[in-house]
Write a protein that binds this ligand. Structure first.
Ligand code: PNS
Length: 160
């Protein structure tokens, strides 16, 4: 049984994340999507909301489950008996950001990091860009599951 962890903040989950999660599910026996809970970072959606949204979005992938985690991703991997961390790469700047973390995580626990290039249609999609465009009234429906898009618009309306 080879288990992988897909960590992220997923605030909120996008089609870009789901592309990487689905492709990780095709490579590993089981995938645990690990939703980072960091109380010092302000997020648009709370940890339970983020976990619930991804759980709904991956309901058609039986080998994928979703958990919140705090602390080091390597400790979470050890708890879950995961052999790999899977990260999506959209660009060379993602690679520059991710490579030192991959080296650190291997130094801490020998867990491997597997980088998957995001599908070409998703390479410009990020949660932060989607939130910014939506906050200024831009149409981001194409980049999110429908129910996530609705939740995003509702949350932004509440914040206005
Ligand atoms: O979607 P993000 O914001 O890129 O996800 C960030 C996340 C949660 C994957 C990252 O912050 C993380 O791994 N946090 C856990 C703390 C940790 O292990 N830090 C050391 C990394 S070498």
């Amino acid at each position: 049984m080879k288990r992988a962890v897909c960590p992220g903040s997923f605030d909120p989950v996008t089609h870009g994340h789901l592309d990487v999660i689905g492709r990780a599910a095709a490579l590993f026996d089981e995938v645990v999507v690990a939703v980072g809970v960091n109380p010092s970072k302000s997020r648009l959606f709370g940890p339970e909301e983020r976990v619930d949204m991804i759980t709904r979005a991956v309901a058609d992938l039986p080998s994928v489950r979703v958990e919140g985690f705090t602390g080091l991703v390597t400790d979470f991997c050890r708890e879950q008996d995961a052999v790999a961390i899977v990260k999506g790469l959209r660009s060379s700047s993602d690679f520059d950001y991710e490579l030192p973390m991959a080296h650190m995580n291997t130094a801490l626990t020998q867990v491997e990091t597997v980088f998957l290039p995001t599908s070409t249609g998703q390479s410009f999609v990020s949660s932060s860009l989607v939130k910014e465009v939506a906050a200024f009234g831009g149409d981001v429906a194409a980049f999110l599951p429908g129910f996530v898009h609705e939740a995003l618009l509702a949350r932004l309306a509440e914040r206005r």
